[in-house]
Structure formats: C-alpha cells, structure tokens
Write a new protein. Structure first.
Length: 141
C-alpha cells in the first residue's frame, strides 16, 4: 500500500502531464488514500479533468474536488454559447434539450438518442466558458 506522501507526489505528477490543467493552481492533500483537490482554475473542464486524473491514479480511494472556477459569466451568455456549440457539432438531439444556467452550474434536461451523444453534449457544456459544474439529467431513449 502506498503512503499518503507517495500518493500526493503521484497525483501532482499526473496533474503536471494532464493537458490543459494548470497544475500549479491546484493543491493536493491526501489522507489515508483519499485525495482533496483545492485551488482555482479558469474553466469547469479543467476542474473536471483534474478530478479524473486524480481518481485514476493507482492507490487513490476517493477524490473530493473543492477546486473553484474563478471566472463568472452571464448565464444567458453561457446558455447561448452551449447552444451554438451543440449546433456546430451537429448533434441531432440538441434542439430537444433544455439548458438551464444558475451561478455557473449548467443543468441539462431532455432526451438523447445514444450514450455517445449524451457524452458529447456533456462535454460541450463542460468546456464552455464560465461553467463551474454540469448536472446532466438527460436520458438515452
């Protein structure tokens, strides 16, 4: 079993190699194999990627993601940006989705045709400017 100090080093090393993640802005604490991530990033996608990287590190039992997204954006602008991105990606079910934004949290509702499309829609929302978190309530029909 790895020590907490060793896990901390490994998570920090993995974050350094993660594309698009500002590892110098993320702080890692480990307690009995449980990782806590803190700090501030510019994009929700960076926050999400940091959590994925930490959770995939061998020996990590769990991850508590307390990373804040520091940029605020107008909720209407976020919703418009997500709708435009979905249209650019030519996702068939995008017109049937409901996108709600409050305090940087995007909630997606509606029906999609496949798991692949569900993942693509979630990814588009996560990668949008000003998004802190995505709550994906879409269902595959």
């Amino acid at each position: 079993m790895k020590s907490d100090a060793q896990l901390k080093r490994e998570v920090e090393d993995e974050l350094k190699w993660a594309e698009g993640v500002p590892s110098d802005a993320i702080h890692v604490r480990v307690d009995r194999g449980c990782v806590t991530l803190t700090g501030e990033v510019d994009w929700g996608a960076q926050r999400h990627t940091a959590e994925l990287v930490a959770s995939r590190t061998l020996g990590v039992i769990g991850v508590m993601n307390q990373i804040a997204v520091k940029r605020d954006a107008d909720p209407v602008l976020i919703a418009e940006q997500i709708a435009a991105a979905l249209e650019r990606h030519a996702l068939n079910d995008a017109k049937r989705l409901q996108v709600d934004v409050k305090d940087g949290v995007v909630t997606l509702r509606g029906e999609v045709g496949s798991q692949e499309e569900k993942r693509a829609i979630h990814g588009v929302a996560c990668a949008s400017f000003g998004v802190r978190e995505v709550v994906d309530l879409t269902i595959v029909v």
